[in-house]
Design a protein around this ligand. Structure first.
Ligand SMILES: *Cc1c(COP(=O)(O)O)cnc(C)c1O
Length: 218
């Protein structure tokens, strides 16, 4: 089933959009099945779970951390994950940078932006994000590569609202690049999950994070 779901999902993506297979809460056998079917990039949302699964997977597996990250849990991810998609505060960003510099690695990150209606979602507000780039906060980073933005749409059946949320995130990336044209490699937009990735792609997504449609319900 997983192989078929994966194939169907990948076949439906435009060539320039990459899939993060969100494997949180699924056993490592499920990831191994997806790996055997060709998938290399996996998304996990808990540090402990990722650290338990990583040694059981082939070395060329790429891990994207996509969950809320507490500062006291950052360290084991440094040098292990290929991207932290869920950087939601400057404090967290600075810590990732310091720990990466100490380890002698460069960590690729996305800044998570909060545009959805729900109170509970993590992320920079659009204003905080624009403020950060306006004062060129990124110039202090030594061992972190800002690769773009990650965001979620409002959890609603109103697909126009979902589209607006994704369009807002796309627009934010353009605004940031207009403000900081020297920013290199700020190319990624991680938007779209099982229920809304079609719309996200229409609004410019380069990375889709899909769990349920591949692995089934959690
Ligand atoms: C769980 C999760 C996903 C995947 O959601 P599905 O609806 O199962 O595709 C995507 N992004 C984040 C941040 C998640 O936590």
């Amino acid at each position: 089933m997983i192989a078929e779901n994966l194939q169907r999902t990948v076949d439906g993506l435009p060539a320039e959009v990459r899939l993060v297979a969100v494997s949180k809460f699924h056993p490592v056998e499920a990831l191994q099945e997806a790996y055997a079917a060709g998938q290399r990039v996996f998304g996990e949302s808990r540090v402990q779970e990722l650290c338990e699964k990583a040694p059981l997977m082939p070395a060329d597996t790429q891990w994207h951390f996509i969950g809320h990250l507490q500062t006291n849990k950052v360290k084991p991810l440094i040098g292990l994950v290929s991207m932290i998609e869920s950087v939601d505060s400057e404090r967290l960003l600075e810590l990732i940078d310091r720990l990466s510099a100490e380890r002698g690695v460069v960590t690729r990150v996305l800044l998570q932006v909060h545009v959805a209606e729900e109170e509970s979602k993590f992320g920079f507000t659009p204003e905080e994000l624009l403020g950060y780039f306006e004062r060129r906060g990124f110039e202090n980073l030594r061992a972190t590569h800002l690769c773009g933005l990650m965001g979620m749409a409002t959890n609603t059946d109103d697909m126009e609202r979902v589209r607006q949320d994704f369009a807002r995130i796309s627009e934010l990336r353009r605004q940031i690049l207009a403000m900081c044209p020297d920013l290199r490699g700020f190319d990624e937009l991680s938007m779209g999950m099982s229920d809304d990735y079609g719309i996200a792609i229409e609004e410019g997504s380069t990375l889709v994070r899909i769990g349920t449609a591949i692995f089934g319900s959690r």
